[in-house]
Design a protein around this ligand. Structure first.
Ligand SMILES: CC(C)(COP(=O)(O)OP(=O)(O)OC[C@H]1O[C@@H](n2cnc3c(N)ncnc32)[C@H](O)[C@@H]1OP(=O)(O)O)[C@@H](O)C(=O)NCCC(=O)NCCS
Length: 381
């Protein structure tokens, strides 16, 4: 062991508990289940705001006035038209591609030919964030339609960003209640401090790379099953379980085999995830109105069982899966929804990183061998 090496046990695997920087974007207090975007409680934002209002808050740092919001909504709606080369790329993608892989590729195509980030002003970078916020849902919905051999649905300028996404995927305009539900879900997924994808976005920006590259990074990291990839797997797990009476056996087997239950557990929350609390209520009332409590009852039983067995709580991906199911969204798109909403949070962090940048370059604790005797290739065995 060299002098510089530290004892391995001093290091918390996965950077647990490490503060990696200052931020004014989001307060996440995992001990007490508190979440605030730029100082506003998530409960207030979910109850009183539209997703566009929250996106404005995260991107511009303050709640919009009526005039600000009107202009922002108009700009977002106008930027739903994708450039021709992106449409061409979209239609050329293999339909075997997973929707998150397609999103990653198409965001990259969207950023083709953009100038060096160092030559852009803060306003231009913010403008790119607005373009990404508007365009990512459109390219996700288009790819879903192409992949499934369905005719493309043109974006509607009169619908909100979230309602338009639902419309473009399903091909049917949402009711007011459906529009409100998806909007609230987008608000709850918009931001979550230095999670894995956001941190990766900030690392990307810290090299003075561009906003589009940072979003590609974010999507690539989010798609993993321990992060946003879990969202698309929750409904599949519930289908596999089949009914509330099978929950105990399924969980007992899974835990015995060290298998993770998707949508359960969180690195930071040591109590209820406030987003899951809101989404649980939403999932319950939606299921009651639809007269189909099967999925909700199963999820509720899983929650109770996991709390008893492992002391773990549901996270944002758990009850949102039931909300999406009730909205008629295909389960494979659940991770897309997470990413679409999170573009706003990633962008807010990217802009913050640009505004006070220093290259993010940590150290590792080298634990391999040192000073080995070099053996020429002819003599190696
Ligand atoms: C989110 C997550 C990655 C956090 O992981 P983490 O902080 O590294 O926690 P660990 O994976 O070290 O788990 C700690 C303990 O809880 C258990 N655990 C954590 N999440 C679990 C889950 N979803 N199902 C079953 N057991 C779980 C682990 O097996 C481990 O148990 P042990 O100490 O008996 O071995 C983890 O909870 C997980 O994989 N959840 C499922 C995926 C998911 O929903 N992700 C979305 C997050 S928003």
């Amino acid at each position: 062991m060299t002098d510089k090496q530290i004892v391995e046990t001093e290091l918390k695997k996965g950077l647990e508990g490490i503060i990696a920087g200052n931020s004014k974007v989001c307060l996440l207090d995992g001990e007490n289940g508190r979440l605030e975007y730029r100082g506003y409680k998530i409960q207030d934002l979910a109850a009183h705001c539209t997703f566009e209002e929250v996106a404005y808050l995260l991107l511009y740092g303050k709640l919009p006035t009526k005039g600000d919001l009107k202009g922002f909504v108009k700009t977002l709606a106008a930027r739903r038209k994708l450039p021709k080369p992106v449409m061409k790329t979209l239609k050329s993608l293999p339909v075997t591609m997973n929707s998150m892989e397609a999103m990653r590729t198409l965001v990259s195509a969207l950023g083709a030919g953009i100038p060096d980030a160092r030559k852009l002003t803060a306003e231009q970078q913010l403008d790119q964030a607005v373009t990404l916020t508007a365009a990512v849902p459109v390219l996700s919905a288009y790819f879903y339609r192409v992949k499934n051999g369905l005719p493309l649905v043109k974006p509607s300028k009169k619908l909100s960003l979230a309602a338009n996404y639902l419309y473009m995927v399903r091909g049917a305009e949402p009711t007011q209640e459906e529009a409100r539900a998806i909007d609230m879900d987008f608000i709850l997924h918009a931001e979550h401090s230095f999670n894995a994808s956001t941190f990766a976005v900030r690392v990307t920006i810290s090299t003075l790379s561009d906003m589009f590259s940072a979003m590609v990074t974010g999507i690539g990291v989010l798609k993993g099953p321990l992060h946003g990839g879990a969202a698309s797997q929750v409904m599949g797990m519930l289908s596999q379980i089949g009914s509330a009476s099978n929950v105990d056996t399924y969980i007992n087997n899974a835990l015995a085999n060290k298998q993770k239950i998707m949508g359960i557990g969180h690195r930071v929350y040591k109590t209820f995830d406030p987003r899951a609390v809101i989404l649980k209520e939403e999932a319950k009332s939606f299921s009651q109105k639809k007269g189909d409590m099967k999925w909700f009852d199963m999820a509720d039983k899983i929650e109770t069982k996991m709390l008893k067995e492992k002391g773990l709580y549901p996270n944002v991906d758990f009850y949102s899966a039931i909300v999406y199911h009730n909205l008629g969204m295909p389960a494979e798109m659940d991770s897309d929804i997470f990413a679409i909403a999170r573009v706003v949070g990633w962008s807010a962090h990217a802009l913050e990183q640009y505004s006070d940048n220093r290259l993010i370059r940590p150290l590792d604790n080298y634990i391999g061998p040192v000073d080995l005797e070099f053996v020429p290739i002819e003599k190696r065995k």
